[in-house]
Design a protein around this ligand. Structure first.
Ligand code: 5AD
Ligand code: SF4
Length: 349
């Protein structure tokens, strides 16, 4: 018994020491990060979440920023084993929004007093360079919104043209920084190419978002620690960190949901290590349980991304179960969130 008390006391002291190192910006090793990710029990978890919340307050303040998402096409040329949009999912009805429909959604975002639009789709090359540039140009001219694109891997020339047309930010999650896991779960895709895309985007002056799923097959604390180091190294501006949620029409249907405490720990440690990044309380967390969004906001997150995709399409952007349910869409989410934000002492950005 005595031995046990000693061990848990020592563990929490080790944890506090590593957190302090991270808070003061000292070098934190992969093993230090894995130690934080191995925290268990209320006391250890609260120690990490409270420290991350404090760092969040100090470096990015109490504002919560909203980004309006428009999912304008669910076609995808890729076949990621985890995703409901994968090209081999023949059961999914596919859609593409017209440019006019996309602009109308952008206007709704503007009317909701949100300053950033995130245009997201599967890797759908029928939205070719010129078409995306025209859409970006029209959104800028007609709404003045800050534009984040999230269209997957494209050519350098495409990224350059989108930037010239007025795109400000690009979101491309690396999903996992383990090349082996990455390539196993994304058949035909190359990890090196994804990283090359991220470097191009940085070079071109985009604000870059990257991120991961937590709970993928073969992932463990060590690979998650490497993910966090990767996020720091690439000096991303934004980090999307959410649970993996198995989709029934994919080869990973029989897997388990990502562990939500692990997601919260990764968010918290990413905040401790990267300090000034924007970190959303991801839709995937909210899809598992709306209360988890609030938990994420109290463990380092500072962004929320309500979905402004028109109702008739939203249901079809079925990446993972729960994604299309009502509590993720803007009409239901916005009033609820504004209330919650005040109750946790935060303000709308
Ligand atoms: N569970 C959670 N997130 C997923 N994504 C894809 N499939 C899943 C899933 N089953 C995320 C990936 C991708 C984004 C479009 O959705 O991180 O970047
Ligand atoms: Fe396509 Fe992205 Fe889904 Fe992979 S995760 S199948 S690239 S939409």
């Amino acid at each position: 018994m005595e031995k046990e008390t000693y061990t848990s006391e020592r563990k929490i002291n080790d944890l506090k020491r590593v957190i302090e190192k991270a808070v003061y910006g000292e070098d934190v090793s992969k093993y230090d990060i894995a130690l934080m990710l191995n925290a268990t029990g209320d006391e250890e978890l609260n120690t990490i979440f409270t420290a991350a919340d404090e760092v969040r307050r100090r470096y990015v303040g109490d504002e919560i920023h909203f980004r309006g998402i428009v999912e304008f096409s669910n076609y995808c040329r890729q076949n990621c084993l985890y995703c409901g949009l994968r090209k081999d999912n023949g059961k999914l009805e596919r859609y593409r929004m017209s440019p006019d429909e996309i602009i109308a959604s952008a206007r709704r975002i503007k009317e909701a007093n949100i300053s950033t639009i995130v245009l997201q789709s599967g890797e759908d090359y029928s939205f070719h360079r010129k078409k995306i540039c025209e859409i970006v140009d029209r959104i800028k001219a007609e709404t003045g919104l800050i534009i984040t694109l999230s269209l997957g891997e494209r050519s350098y020339e495409d990224y350059l043209a989108f930037k010239k047309a007025g795109a400000d930010r690009y979101l491309l999650k690396h999903e996992t920084s383990s090349r082996l896991i990455h390539e196993q779960l994304r058949p035909g895709a190359s990890f090196a190419n994804r990283i090359k895309c991220l470097h191009w985007l940085k070079q071109l002056g985009y604000e870059v978002g990257t991120g991961i799923m937590v709970g993928l097959p073969f992932q463990d604390e060590n690979s998650l620690a490497e993910d966090i180091i990767f996020m720091k190294k690439i000096s991303a501006d934004m980090l999307g960190i959410g649970p993996f949620i198995p989709h029934p029409e994919t080869p990973l249907a029989e897997c388990k949901n990502g562990d939500v405490n692990m997601v919260l720990k990764v968010i918290a440690v990413a905040r401790l290590i990267t300090k000034t990044t924007n970190i959303p309380a991801t839709t995937a967390l909210g899809a598992l349980n709306p209360a988890l969004r609030v938990k994420a906001l109290c463990a380092g997150a500072n962004v929320i991304m309500p979905d402004f995709t028109p109702r008739e399409y939203k249901e079809l952007y079925d990446i993972y179960p729960g994604k299309t349910n009502k509590n993720c869409n803007a009409d239901n989410l916005m009033p609820l969130l504004k209330e919650t934000i005040g109750s946790i002492g935060r303000v709308v950005g």
